[in-house]
Design a protein around this ligand. Structure first.
Ligand SMILES: Cc1cc2nc3c(=O)[nH]c(=O)nc-3n(C[C@H](O)[C@H](O)[C@H](O)COP(=O)(O)OP(=O)(O)OC[C@H]3O[C@@H](n4cnc5c(N)ncnc54)[C@H](O)[C@@H]3O)c2cc1C
Length: 398
């Protein structure tokens, strides 16, 4: 296993529980240590992967979406997501993995991987390891994807995200943000992305994510301007104990099918499993890990780790479970890229559309259900021909 992030650790735990011998190689110590994250974990992820909420975690029951034409807000009766410290999540997953017997080797940068016939070799700075199956869980710039699949993500299929983690007194955070996650759409906040504020107990993650090919100046400029114009953020900063800046790439490529080779699978960000429209990656990457594990288990039982077996048992079920969200998320992102901005859409349609935007962000139902629920209103206002023209343009660019 190359990569000890959420997807790699989950896959390894499940595999070790079945008696497979798993070695995880991660370049950082502890694994995944420096991966930046907003830490918004939707309820479906918490439930499905039995994540304990602890430490700095805060339950969120309200989503507020600011657009150029108005604000859409939705309160839920109970928490629909948890904002948590990424390191707490990784600690939990790593403990679980080690308790099942997974060997985690940190400070182990993988520089090359080779597969010849059934022979797998993984090269780190000091070591050459052999394996019967290789899993690439090494994130958006995956060395496994680049070397085995010869596939790089291009700038229009990549996002970049920068954020500050601001530590302050819990009462201050409560009084300013309470249990609400904030999203800000519009050109002034981000080129083809959004700004966000995710409060935890003592920490607030405030960031800007954007489509890489559309970034016209430093993203920190967008972020600093956003903060300077937001009264609550200014007040938080004045009362902050510490501020840390971090940033990294996010895959925004929709559903990739080229994620299996003979005796090799890609999972998580390496396989592009992030929602292109919301940037949610934790749920999708762990789901890909779970489905890939089922496929690998079946492959070993059948003594068949061929590309065709793995396609049938991993790519197909993965498509059934998350393919629709990733594909529709990609279409919506492309739609905004053609100039049909979220603000314009919402201004011409009704509040019910804003409601469905919140549902997509909160991950409370499949994207296609949200789109279908909003469609009658959108069609009534914009007309079928406009919709067909826009989606036609989007599809032809994919
Ligand atoms: C700023 C930011 C904010 C985000 N906020 C959210 C959010 O709020 N909610 C959400 O759901 N998603 C969010 N995401 C996305 C989410 O973080 C990812 O989708 C998720 O981490 C994917 O997990 P992964 O295990 O597939 O990959 P990663 O977490 O990227 O893990 C990859 C691992 O591979 C290791 N690695 C890489 N290359 C090598 C190598 N050559 N040798 C050895 N080890 C290697 C790295 O050290 C790392 O630990 C955010 C992303 C960013 C960048």
């Amino acid at each position: 296993m190359v990569g000890g992030g959420p997807s790699g650790l989950l896959f390894s735990t499940l595999a070790a529980r079945e008696g497979l011998r798993v070695t995880v190689l991660d370049k950082w110590d502890p694994p995944n240590f420096r991966k930046p994250c907003g830490g918004m974990l939707t309820l479906r992820a918490i439930k499905r992967f039995k994540i304990r909420t602890e430490g700095d975690a805060r339950g969120i029951n309200k989503i507020r979406v600011n657009t150029p034409v108005g604000v859409f807000e939705k309160s839920f009766r109970r928490a629909i997501c948890i904002n948590m410290d990424r390191r707490d999540l990784i600690r939990q997953l790593a403990e679980r993995a080690e308790s099942e017997g997974v060997r985690i080797v940190t400070r182990s940068y993988v520089r090359a991987v080779r597969i010849k016939n059934q022979n797998i070799k993984v090269y780190t700075k000091n070591d050459a390891l052999e394996a019967v199956l290789l899993v690439g869980a090494d994130g958006v710039n995956s060395v496994v994807r680049r070397q085995i699949f010869k596939q790089k993500l291009l700038a229009d299929r990549l996002g970049f995200c920068v954020q500050y983690l601001i530590e302050a007194d819990e009462r201050k955070v409560n009084s300013l943000f309470n249990d609400t996650n904030f999203f800000f759409y519009g050109r002034q906040y981000s080129p083809y992305g959004y700004a966000y504020i995710f409060p935890r107990k003592n920490t607030v993650a405030v960031g800007v994510g954007a489509l890489f090919s559309k970034i016209d100046r430093r993203l920190t400029e967008y972020l600093n301007r956003f903060i300077s114009k937001n009264k609550s953020m200014r007040e938080l900063l004045e009362n902050s104990r510490s501020v840390k800046l971090e940033g990294y790439y996010v895959p925004l490529c929709g559903f990739l099918e080229n994620i299996v080779a003979n005796s090799c699978v890609l999972i998580g960000d390496a396989a592009g499993t992030v929602s292109p429209i919301t940037g949610e990656g934790l749920y999708y990457s762990m789901t890909s890990a779970e489905i890939a594990f089922q496929a690998v288990k079946a492959a070993f039982e059948n003594e068949d780790t061929s590309i065709s077996f793995l396609k049938e048992h991993y790519v197909k079920p993965l498509n059934n479970v998350i393919g629709s969200d990733l594909t529709w998320g990609f279409r919506l992102m492309k739609l905004f890229k053609t100039g049909f901005s979220l603000g314009e859409t919402l201004s011409k349609t009704a509040v019910s559309v804003g409601d469905e935007v919140v549902n997509i962000i909160a991950g409370v139902k499949p994207y296609i259900h949200c789109i279908l629920a909003a469609l009658p209103q959108v069609v009534r206002t914009l007309g079928v021909s406009t919709i067909r023209r826009l989606f036609g343009r989007v599809d032809s660019q994919m």
